[in-house]
Design a protein around this ligand. Structure first.
Ligand code: SAJ
Length: 438
């Protein structure tokens, strides 16, 4: 099959599509192509996950508007089926790869899942098929890892026997379907002709720009956009530390800085968590390891942001000094407000540091089942309340009721959620991150 043949099948919706990895990226994208009338086969090594999907049940946690209904619909229509067997995708014309790409403790991606998926795919790859890697990868991965693994295992040649592209995902928990259909995408092809066919494919589900590029450009866009955000947040955090040292209020300073055009200063906070922002800067930095370029800003920003949970501990110790045996209420365990996603959450690091000081962390989070419940009951006997995640529920907390429950009226606000004076008037001593103004 030539690229021209493939393009026709894509435009006629007769192309058979496979999606490898049915997680929070792969499953929604499989369902969206199935909804467009394509026959889609999802592959996941977790057979119980495949079974649940075949029963029309979404295994994706958290509130994802429209996703469960969409999965149920396309399963009932028979346009989506899930399996744990790679053999079932040997007739597919397009294969999307959505497996995880974590980094190790040295911040290097080892790609176990990606290597295994591409090795298995290579063994069943149909001649003339298009393979698109959607996972976030280190720039250079397409050329140095994906290409050789696929050529070796398919015994074919890229650009002759199969085509290979990179289309980085841009999803966010809580808005998976909305993001997949409304955010622009970059499609990097082994050749401009491949990129053009990828553009035709993604235009079937994306109502935003689909921009063509080469591999390295597509790889750089995704890792760079998240590194940009990490550096921006680190700037805000360092400004908070400066304001504390100078006895100023970073929140007031930030408000006035933002009045200057082009100064969209982001928010200081108790830390930076999630599945993308803490990881992607390391993917970008690793791409130039050993090359003649000094990467200083990226690791420095990572050091500032990953140091924020520790800074929250120092704010606490500044008031309680000895934490041994103290009960500390931790408000928020998810990494993001009004989300149940706890991946790489700052609260995990804060809790560990707290326990290392001999304190007892009492965690509350309305979105995380094991920590949900009545916040005032959790506050019973606590010596301080530390706000780590700005869940909306906390905005309207009753300071008087909270004070009654607690043994000591101390609040550390890591997200500028509360009006300091309201908490003061309820009798609380309030320490707000970045605000040492009198
Ligand atoms: N955070 C701050 N200060 C800020 C913004 C965020 O401390 O000003 C913290 C959050 O509390 C959280 C972490 O950073 O712990 C990440 O927050 P995020 O708003 O960046 O949310 P994510 O992790 O879901 O990032 C996603 C990314 N989207 C994709 O990878 C497709 C990112 O590129 C988006 O910019 C971001 O959502 C977004 O704009 O919401």
């Amino acid at each position: 099959m030539t690229l021209a043949d493939l393009r026709i099948k894509i435009e006629q919706h007769t192309a058979q599509i496979a999606v490898i990895g049915l997680g929070y990226v792969g499953l929604p994208v499989a369902a969206l192509f199935a909804e467009q009338g394509y026959s889609v086969i999802g592959v996941d090594i977790k057979s119980e996950r495949a079974q649940r999907i075949n029963q029309g049940v979404s295994p994706i946690e958290g509130k994802e508007p429209g996703l469960a209904e969409l999965i149920g619909r396309v399963i009932r229509q028979g346009s989506l089926q899930a399996t744990d067997e790679y053999a079932k995708i040997n007739a597919c014309d397009v294969i999307l790869v959505d497996v995880e790409t974590p980094v190790n403790s040295a911040h290097i991606p080892e790609y176990q899942a990606l290597r295994s998926a591409l090795k298995s795919l290579g063994g069943v790859l149909k001649k003339g098929a298009l393979v698109v890697i959607e996972s976030t990868i280190m720039p250079g991965t397409m050329q140095n890892i994906a290409l050789p693994i696929l050529e070796e295992n398919s015994k074919g040649k890229c650009g002759v026997d199969f085509y290979l592209g990179n289309c980085p995902e841009r999803v966010m928990p809580g808005k998976l379907l909305q993001n997949l259909t409304s955010m622009s995408r970059v499609v990097g092809g082994d050749t401009p002709e491949t990129a053009a066919v990828m553009q035709a494919l993604y235009r079937q589900i994306v109502q935003a720009d689909v921009d063509t590029a080469d591999w390295i450009t597509a790889e750089l866009v995704k890792t760079m956009e998240n590194t940009y955000r990490d550096v921006q947040i680190a700037f805000a955090n360092e400004m908070a530390l400066i304001c504390e040292a100078l006895g100023a209020d970073v929140w007031r300073v930030r408000e006035l800085v933002r009045k200057s055009p082009g100064r969209e200063m982001l928010l200081p906070g108790a830390g930076v968590g999630g599945h993308c922002i803490p990881k992607d800067p390391w993917l970008l930095a690793s791409s130039v390891k050993g090359l003649d370029v000094k990467v200083r800003l990226i690791p420095a920003a990572r050091e500032i942001n990953s140091g924020m949970p520790g800074h929250m501990l120092s704010l606490l110790k500044g008031r309680l000094n000895d934490l041994q045996g103290k009960r500390i209420l931790i408000l928020g365990y998810a990494y993001l407000e009004d989300s149940d996603d706890t991946r790489d959450a700052p609260s995990q690091y804060f809790l560990r540091a707290l326990e290392a000081e001999g304190a007892i962390g009492v965690v509350h989070d309305p979105f995380v089942a094991e920590y949900a419940g009545d916040v005032y009951s959790k506050a019973q006997g606590c010596h301080a309340a530390v706000l780590m995640t700005a869940h909306s529920e906390y905005r309207t907390i009753d300071f008087h009721q909270l004070k009654q429950a607690m043994q000591h009226a101390l609040i550390i606000d890591g997200r500028n959620l509360w009006d300091k004076h309201a908490a003061n008037s309820a009798g609380f001593d309030v320490v707000r991150l970045g605000d040492f103004s009198l």
